[in-house]
Design a protein around this ligand. Structure first.
Ligand SMILES: [Fe+2]
Ligand SMILES: [Fe+2]
Length: 255
């Protein structure tokens, strides 16, 4: 089974680029399931019912999120009503929504977990303990984890922690794709960060000059999205349906 995980989709420009290219890639690579991080899919950041629906209508099966999950109030309800829209599972229990879902694909079930790192991020429950708890509750043999985190050390540690216990661990949040894709010793597919789906000449999707201004002046600056050519980034995890282990990981960059 081929599962395509897509890095943070940024704004309507990133959503449109995904819609243009995803159907063809699905056919070309025989993709069975698509997971995309949508925490920045709305213009002005966060996720809205409209941006979530756009991603689902474009062929995404599960949307994960991260530190920007609750930036838009209008999304709170859909976190509770939409089974396949996740926010990190280690948010306080009072937060809307849930951090895990099971997709019923008929012949097989696939679990998806969303968790957030705690290094250089807001403090949350331990992702390690939360993962232990979710796995102890029982999840399908094929289960993948979007670990939304900043520090590569935390991400790699987390990958090794779950090696052999889930099918794949992939990172999101930095919007910069790493080149360390591999299958860990006990069969978990791994990549520290999937990258971004959005404008290439940008700083995490934002016009570079605005981010430079913010960094130099330390004054509030309104972040507008960059435009121009886009790239869709992610990775395809080929998973053995019998064992739930990953056979290979292919990094994807389409522009
Ligand atoms: Fe992001
Ligand atoms: Fe993030």
């Amino acid at each position: 089974m081929n599962i395509f995980a897509i890095g943070d989709v940024v704004g309507s420009i990133g959503c449109r680029f995904l819609r243009e290219h995803l159907p063809q890639l699905k056919k070309l690579k025989g993709i069975d399931l698509v997971i995309a991080n949508g925490e920045n899919s709305a213009d002005g950041n966060g996720i809205t019912p409209t941006s979530a629906q756009f991603l689902f209508d474009s062929g995404v099966d599960v949307i994960t999120a991260g530190n920007h999950s609750f930036r838009r109030k209008e999304s709170y309800d859909i976190y509770d009503t939409c089974e396949t829209l996740l926010r990190p599972a280690n948010f306080p229990p009072s937060a809307p929504g849930k951090g895990v879902c099971i997709v019923d694909m008929g012949r097989i079930q696939v679990g998806v977990i969303n968790l957030m790192g705690v290094i250089y991020m807001e403090s949350m429950d331990s992702p390690f303990d939360t993962a232990d708890r979710l796995l102890a509750d029982g999840l399908p043999k094929i289960t993948l984890v979007d670990f939304h985190a900043e520090a590569t050390g935390e991400k790699r540690s987390f990958g090794y922690y779950l090696d052999g216990r889930v099918s794949a661990v992939f990172g999101t949040h930095t919007h910069v794709q790493t080149a360390d894709e591999c299958v860990l010793p006990n069969g978990t597919g791994y990549l520290s960060d999937l990258g971004m789906t959005g404008p290439i000449h940008s700083v995490l999707g934002v016009k570079p000059e605005l981010v430079i201004q913010k960094m130099r002046t330390k004054m509030p600056v309104r972040f507008d999205l960059a435009d121009g050519a886009c790239r869709m980034e992610g990775a395809i995890f080929t998973v053995d349906e019998k064992t739930g282990k990953t056979i290979s990981v292919e990094r994807i960059q389409i522009q």
